[in-house]
Design a protein around this ligand. Structure first.
Ligand code: AMP
Length: 110
């Protein structure tokens, strides 16, 4: 079972900042910004593209979670990212939304 399936299933303990029927959110263990939260589907999808092909309701819940977390974290601006594929920097192959905030961000991203 993949590490994010274990976190979503409670097999690896994590403090959930947000939970809904289809998603959970927790802080990234290697934060790249003062606020760096991961929102993941409870079910396993390899990446955002696989999720988009399979389950639009879960995508909706990912973005609802991000919006509510941005508010509860007091962010007035933030970045959402889905690294999709190893060449884009994906290292955990269970779809996840990165919510980053609390600092200025450069564009284009590296
Ligand atoms: P990505 O590189 O887009 O696949 O993002 C995976 C993210 O998961 C990275 O930012 C890691 O720091 C983070 N990560 C990996 N394992 C854990 C964990 N056990 N708890 C929290 N975050 C994790």
């Amino acid at each position: 079972m993949c590490i994010f399936c274990k976190i979503a299933g409670g097999e690896i303990p994590a403090q959930f900042l947000y939970e809904s029927a289809k998603v959970v959110a927790f802080r990234d263990l290697d934060p790249q910004a003062p606020v760096h939260i991961l929102v993941i589907p409870r079910d396993h999808f390899e990446n955002a593209a696989e999720l988009a092909a399979a389950d639009s309701a879960t995508i909706s819940e990912l973005f609802t979670a991000a919006r509510e977390l941005a508010t509860s974290e007091g962010l007035d601006g933030y970045r959402i990212a889905f690294n999709t594929g190893a060449s884009a920097g994906q290292s955990v192959f269970h779809a996840h939304l990165h919510l980053l905030g609390g600092r200025a961000f450069a564009w284009p991203p590296g």
